[in-house]
Design a protein around this ligand. Structure first.
Ligand SMILES: CC(=O)N[C@H](C=O)[C@@H](O)[C@H](O)[C@H](O)CO
Ligand SMILES: CC(=O)C(=O)O
Length: 307
């Protein structure tokens, strides 16, 4: 059983971008103001760092450690939780990051499946996750499912069967897939000390309907306050209001997709809205052309400003 003091992942969780300088170095000076911005302007109290949005797979292990440490240190006493993604292609790197996350007192770790050589079965994936988790035996552990990026389509329900027998620290799933039956099965197989957080921002309301405890995503860096209202409306049974906000977010994402939505655009949009200097993405991703940034920012303002 989980210790009584352990916190669950709930509410609106921002998957943070990794601030880079214009020369492409990690820029730790932005992290303090970034945390304050998320708390004050977006009402976000839990952050998920070094994930997909954080370009973790494009960073070195040393950079990921420096970032994780800074996020945890600066969020202390401000954020409710910092969950650090430690997944890597190499099991040894993932274990090193898991151990490090434990040392810096991260509130949880999450692990993505390796995606160059992929696990073929749920058993293979479970074996990988167990080895990473065992490097941080006191830290709450989450499996991070993102099949559109990893190409690993093992149903999460198969990963979860009796998983605490092999990973005693297992505490839930960050589910960034669109298979809502599988997500529903994760919720229904879950325990009261687990969290099922949903990660497809454009259909988060469907995730809530399936029983998500929280939502995690990149767009909550700049629509977090609106999505907080969506969650409240959902809890109050106000489906109309919840859908109104969801549809606005869909409109923004649809618009962005039409002009070429990628992490470069997303990061630049977050910079423009927040006023933080998040910098460019790292190659192979490239910065978004200024005219496209301007039009997505304009769309954002027309949908979300002054309401
Ligand atoms: C594939 C991807 O990056 N997924 C993110 C997190 O899981 C989401 O937050 C998306 O960025 C978001 O749903 C917009 O498509
Ligand atoms: C979106 C998300 O959860 C991530 O960036 O890892």
């Amino acid at each position: 059983m989980a210790p009584a003091t352990e916190k669950r992942m709930t509410g609106v969780i921002a998957a943070t971008f990794t601030p880079l300088t214009s020369e492409g170095e990690i820029n730790l000076s932005v992290i303090g103001p970034y945390i304050d911005y998320l708390i004050e302007k977006q009402g976000v109290k839990i952050i998920f760092v070094n994930g997909t949005t954080g370009e973790s797979m494009s960073l070195t292990v040393a950079e990921r450690k420096a970032l994780a440490e800074d996020w945890c240190h600066k969020a202390k006493g401000k954020m409710d939780q910092v969950v650090v993604h430690v997944g890597c292609m190499s099991l040894r790197d993932a274990q090193e990051l898991a151990r490090h996350a434990s040392e810096i007192k991260a509130d949880g770790i999450a692990v993505i499946s390796p995606s160059f050589f992929k696990p073929c079965t749920a058993a293979d994936l479970r074996a990988f996750l167990r080895e990473v988790a065992s490097a941080a035996p006191t830290v709450p552990f989450y499996y991070y499912h993102i099949p559109s990026i990893t190409g690993v389509n093992v149903p999460v329900r198969d990963v979860l069967i009796d998983i605490e027998e092999i990973i005693p620290t297992f505490r839930g799933v960050k589910f960034s897939g669109s298979d809502l039956m599988d997500f529903g099965q994760c919720v229904s197989m879950g325990h009261t000390h687990w969290s099922a957080v949903y990660g497809v921002d454009e259909q988060l309301l469907a995730g809530l309907a399936m029983g998500a405890n929280g939502v995690v995503g990149s767009t909550y860096n700049y629509v977090g306050s609106h999505v907080n209202k969506l969650l409240t409306a959902f809890e109050n049974g106000d489906q109309l209001q919840a859908r109104t906000i969801q549809f606005k977010l869909q409109e923004l994402i649809c618009f962005a997709i039409k002009i070429g939505f990628d992490l470069g655009m997303n990061k630049q949009l977050a910079s423009e809205v927040s006023g933080l200097s998040l910098g460019p993405p790292r190659l192979p991703l490239i910065p978004c052309p200024q005219d496209r940034v301007a039009s997505v920012v304009q769309k954002y303002r027309s949908l979300f400003q002054n309401c």
